[in-house]
Every structure is written in structure tokens, then in C-alpha cells.
Design a protein around this ligand. Structure first.
Ligand code: F0G
Length: 375
């Protein structure tokens, strides 16, 4: 049957019923791509057992980021309640997703974005889908505070990840990984900003591990996955932040977060407790990477593996590679990295400082010289 989005796919595992109007753009079902080139080099370098690294390419969702998984749920549930308008604060991707799903649902989306700090691709999406874009003189954390305040004063549904339906949608990323690999990975590496996604993945992995066990309170013995390989395994969760916006590393909110990875330029993550619990229960850790490191990884992925993700997304692989080199992630491990958004979201950062476009005369001699000179 035609794929119809993650609510239809995982209906039995999501808080929806026959009366829920499903607002979907056929999100989810994204590829899990194995990185052959980079892992080959890593094995040669470390000399140990090779690792397997898979990237969950969430940039291939309808609006180009993982936010669509949560947004189909949040907007469907808002529609079920009869909401006419939704609101969110965003570093760009949530606003793009909110705008698109609101358009589909016939609702108005109000999006609060930090002035001058979201890339043009994401801004274009919010505008193109007809959202009301409010650029605030402040950062994401200010926007988040304002959204919570205004939702008490006006009939608007918050669709940030403090809305629990968002995490319910986002947990399906873990379901898809387990289905693709036949089991949970050993390590799951993920960028952390507002900390919703790491929390959603942990819910997803935990639900699958509880599957078919006495502790599973979700399916009441009606588990839709009984025919598939079962697992008690949950991965070690590893959350990476940008060094200038790393409140989990500081152990407290960061006042003025700064990073070129604008998607995760966040100092006061809303899902703090859930994210901490995921790390502690799984025996994982948080770490941070610098802007230079994350940009280098973004470029490496694009040039060596053909996968173009945005800067914030590269943080997961960037940290993973460093921890593999350091032996913290041991040889022989299977590792999944969520690549949260598409590289086309922020082309300016991707090409900054790279003078790789050459202008030549429109004649055969010039073009041939340019090619032959590089072979
Ligand atoms: N990667 C990208 C590309 C993001 O857009 C975000 C968050 C994250 C990682 C971090 O995920 O917040 O669940 O820990 N973007 C939000 C937004 C804040 O407004 O688009 P998180």
C-alpha cells in the first residue's frame, strides 16, 4: 500500500484514534545510509575492529528536517481539538514545519524567530507556506518564554516540543532504525539543542525494548511488532552540543549561546530532565564540538559520502568520529547518527570561504583545459 506518513504507519503506537484528523505530508520513512568511505578510513587509522556507522537522513522529510515527525502529530492533535492557530519559537526548522502543516490543516501559524539568526532557506519556507513570521529582538530562548506566555493569553496551540505530541511523533525515528537494522544499534549519536529529539528517540527505543515483555504497558499484549525481530536492547545515547551553546556540558543554562550551527543556538533546553534521563538510563554521555569541527564534518560527509546535511546535523557524526578515535565508542560497534536537517536549508554557511567555482570562457579549449588540468 502507498506510504501515507508515520501516523498511519505507527497508528497503534501513537495517541490517535479514528476521530483524529490526520494532517500529514507523508513524513518519515527516511533512509538509513551506511557510511562506507569514512568507516574504512577510521578502521585503517585506529587498527581495531571496524565500526559500522549509519546516518538517519532526516533531511529527506517533506520540509527537510526531523521536525515533520513531531509536527504531523502536534498539528493533527491541534486539529482534533478544533484549534484554528498554532504558535512556536524556532531557530528555523520548527517554523518551516509548523508553517507547512498549518497550511495543510487550514490553520494560521505564528512563528517567533531570532532576528537575523535563521538561514534564508528556512525563512523562505515559513514565508512560502504563509506563516505569520514574527522576528524577535532576542534569541530562541526568549522566543520560547514568549510563546509560553502568549499561549495563556490567546487561543493558540504551542507546537514546540514541550507539546508532548511532538515527542510522540519523533520517537518513530527510533522505530524505523530498529526495523532497518533488525535491532537497536549499540550507540545512537544525536545533536542536542532544545533536547526534544534525544528525548523522543529514547522514548522510541524504550518502547521497542519493552515490546513483548512484561514491563510493556503500551501495547497490552497487542504489540503490532510481534512478527518482527524483538529486542531488549537499547542503545547508549550520546548527545552532542555546539561548544558555544552547550548547557548540558556546563550543567546550567547558557545566557548568550553562540554557534554557526544556528539550529542549535539554544541556551535553555526545555526538555532538560528527559534528555538527562536518556543519557543516564542508557549509560551515555553529553559532549561538545567546536564550530570548526562541525563544519569540517559537514564538508567531509558531503564530499566523501555524498550526503549534504546542515551544520547542526553534522554535530552527531562529528562527535561520534571523535569518540571512536578516542576509543570511547569501541571498535566493532554499530552506531547510528541522526542527521537532523538538509544541507540546502543553509547554503550560505556550507559554501562560506570556499572558492571552488571557476568562471571560464564558453569555448571548448577553455573547458577542456579546465578539465584535463585536473585529471
Ligand atoms: N538539528 C537541527 C537541524 C535542528 O533544527 C534542531 C532544533 C536540532 C538539531 C536540535 O534538536 O531541539 O530537539 O534538541 N531545532 C529547533 C527549531 C529548535 O526551532 O527548529 P532538539
Amino acid at each position: 500500500m502507498r506510504y501515507q506518513g508515520l501516523i498511519e504507519r505507527y497508528r497503534d503506537r501513537l495517541p490517535v484514534d479514528d476521530t483524529t484528523p490526520v494532517v500529514s505530508l507523508c513524513e518519515g520513512d527516511t533512509p538509513l545510509i551506511e557510511l562506507h568511505n569514512l568507516t574504512g578510513e577510521l578502521a585503517a587509522e585506529t587498527g581495531g575492529d571496524p565500526v559500522r556507522i549509519f546516518v538517519k537522513y532526516e533531511g529527506l522529510n517533506p520540509t527537510g528536517s526531523f521536525k515533520d515527525r513531531g509536527m504531523t502529530m502536534a498539528v493533527s492533535k491541534a486539529a482534533e481539538k478544533g484549534a484554528k492557530a498554532i504558535v512556536c519559537a524556532s531557530t528555523g526548522n520548527t517554523s518551516a514545519a509548523a508553517a507547512a502543516y498549518a497550511a495543510r490543516a487550514g490553520m494560521t501559524a505564528f512563528v517567533l524567530i531570532p532576528e537575523g539568526k535563521i538561514p534564508m532557506g528556512k525563512l523562505a519556507q515559513a514565508i512560502a507556506h504563509g506563516a505569520v513570521v514574527l522576528q524577535i529582538r532576542g534569541n530562541f530562548d526568549d522566543g520560547m518564554r514568549l510563546v509560553k506566555e502568549v499561549a495563556g493569553e490567546a487561543p493558540v496551540e504551542i507546537v514546540n516540543s514541550i507539546n508532548p505530541y511532538r515527542l510522540q511523533g519523533q520517537k518513530t525515528g527510533a522505530f524505523e532504525i530498529i526495523e532497518a537494522l533488525g535491532d537497536a544499534p549499540d550507540y545512537h549519536c544525536i545533536p542536542v539543542g532544545n533536547a526534544g529529539n534525544i528525548s523522543g528517540y529514547w522514548i522510541g527505543y524504550s518502547e521497542m525494548a519493552g515490546c513483548n515483555t512484561a514491563s510493556c504497558t503500551l501495547c497490552n499484549g497487542e504489540c503490532p511488532y510481534l512478527e518482527q525481530p524483538k529486542t531488549r536492547k537499547r542503545p547508549v545515547m550520546v548527545g552532542y552540543q555546539a561548544a558555544g551553546a552547550a548547557p548540558f556540558m556546563r550543567g546550567a543554562p547558557v545566557e548568550a549561546p553562540e554557534t554557526l550551527a544556528t539550529a542549535i543556538r539554544i541556551g535553555n533546553p526545555q526538555s532538560w530532565d528527559l534528555a538527562r534521563a536518556a543519557i543516564e538510563e542508557s549509560g551515555g554521555w553529553f559532549d561538545e564540538v567546536t564550530d570548526d569541527e562541525l563544519l569540517a564534518t559537514q564538508s567531509l560527509l558531503a564530499t566523501r559520502e555524498g550526503v549534504f546535511c546542515e551544520p547542526a546535523s553534522a554535530v552527531s557524526l562529528c562527535g561520534a568520529v571523535r569518540d571512536i578515535r578516542a576509543g570511547r565508542i569501541p571498535g566493532g560497534s554499530t552506531i547510528t547518527c541522526t542527521l537532523t536537517g538538509h544541507g540546502l536549508k543553509d547554503t550560505a554557511t556550507a559554501i562560506a570561504g570556499r572558492e571552488t567555482v571557476e568562471t571560464v570562457d564558453a569555448d571548448l579549449a577553455s573547458v577542456k583545459a579546465a578539465i584535463v588540468g585536473r585529471l
